[in-house]
Design a protein around this ligand. Sequence first.
Ligand code: ZN
Ligand code: FE
Length: 255
Amino acid sequence: MAFEIICRPVLGDNYAVLIHCPLTGKTAAIDAASETAYDGVLAETGWRIDMILITHHHGDHTDGIGALKQRFGAEVIGPEGERDKIVGLDRTVGGGERIALGAQNLEIIDTPGHTLGHIAYFDPAGKNLFSADALFSLGCGRMFEGTPGPMWAGLEKLRDLPDETEVYCGHEYSAANAKFALSVDPDNPALVARAAEIARLRADNKPTVPFNLGIDKAANPFLRADDPALAARMGLAGANPGDVFGAIRKAKDNF
Ligand code: ZN
Ligand code: FE
């Protein structure tokens, strides 16, 4: 039986995601945006937070750890690479490991770059990816730590996941991402279509998350750094994809 997943906007532009195993009743929060971020859903569903799955050390993903842990006795799991930066971790994990939530497993994928130890969680049975700030619709996290090569390699691993994967990311940044993406890849029909869909959804005040990974593979310039046409547009024909990715990331920072 697949996970039940509920995703709600909190703190302005963050998303608070809960995943629930209906067989066992176990529930995990992806990150801990704040103490109160999950209250609405918990009241509606009667779920309790048994586990907190941290993706990276930033406060908008970790500020709720202490209070939620105290309130629910939740087990807190997070990235091995950020063991020293996150208070309250009970267990750390790294790329390639699996963890159980109730009757099902989640796979850990290393996605360094936004922060050095950033990880994503993938549900292989239901094909859901919890990418936090590694991958957004039509974008990726700002590269605060690390270098373009490893960040590109992490995004390639996410791109290798099945097209039907639904992506739950950490923020509603899609409209701003679409503007930048169109500036570097204006003739890409998949991007033009997704940007129009995002504009429609946001005009109705609707979320653009979760989003389909297959569409994003075709539309998101940060997943297309190895496309020769995009490399040429960046003035980097023949360059290695990590360098093209770095140039796209830098262009977005200055956009
Ligand atoms: Zn972050
Ligand atoms: Fe964030």
